[in-house]
Design a protein around this ligand. Structure first.
Ligand code: AMP
Length: 215
């Protein structure tokens, strides 16, 4: 299974990508998570990425392509395929991706902008393991992660200025990549409003229907 998941920030892309990856038994590759891990570890790419991420700006395509190409060459991907979450983010990245691998389905998780702004401003995340909470559903004790005991905080790029920048970037840079996948006949759009379980069910059904059409 080779899947790509599109969705503006706060659409539930990370949560739903993890579920889809588990369902289809494919490695979940989140470029945002890879960059945050690299930044925390202080690697050269991580240090370069941090400035872009905190400002809500995209890293250059050639840097991202290097990161993704290396990841897609790993044995787990060669055996099980992949679920790409957060890549491609530009038309250039989309074209480059189809130059190095085939994609079976691209999913567009559609959530209106006013809904995502509300979701992002209340989102909190564990610094240790990345588990997602919200102001409405915090960890059980004092912003300490229920899973790993890490500190639960607001992501530096979830502040209102950075969110506005990221949404504008999504519109200008990523929507053309979404349309491009549509012109290739690879895109399915799924309504991302609802409980996580409802959305996951819709997504799995849409992907399976698309795969069945092709068989
Ligand atoms: P995400 O967790 O997917 O929202 O990604 C967080 C940040 O990482 C983005 O705002 C970008 O700064 C950077 N990033 C992640 N994926 C990409 C990509 N494919 N191209 C450029 N920048 C990226």
């Amino acid at each position: 299974m080779r899947l790509v998941v599109f969705g503006r920030q706060g659409a539930g892309k990370g949560t739903q990508s993890a579920r889809l990856a588990a369902h289809f038994d494919a490695p979940h590759i989140s470029t945002g998570d890879m960059l945050r891990e690299a930044a925390a570890a202080g690697t050269p790419i991580g240090l370069e990425a941090k400035g872009y991420m905190d400002a809500g700006r995209l890293l250059p395509d050639e840097v991202m392509l290097g990161v993704v190409e290396e990841r897609l060459a790993q044995p787990d991907v060669l055996e099980h395929g992949f679920l790409l979450d957060g890549f491609p983010r530009t038309l250039g990245q989309a074209e480059a991706l189809l130059g190095i691998t085939e994609v079976d389905v691209a999913v567009n998780l559609e959530v209106p902008e006013e809904v995502v702004i509300e979701r992002i401003s209340s989102r909190r995340v564990c610094k240790g393991c990345g588990r997602i909470y919200s102001v409405a559903e915090p960890p059980s004790t004092n912003w300490t992660c229920d899973t790993c005991g890490g500190e639960v905080v607001q992501r530096p790029d979830d502040t209102s200025d950075a969110v506005a920048a990221r949404l504008a970037t999504y519109q200008a840079e990523t929507i053309p990549a979404v349309h491009w996948f549509d012109t290739k006949g690879l895109l399915v759009t799924v309504d991302g409003v609802g409980t996580p379980d409802e959305v996951a069910e819709r997504l799995i059904a849409a992907v399976e229907a698309r795969l069945a059409e092709r068989r």
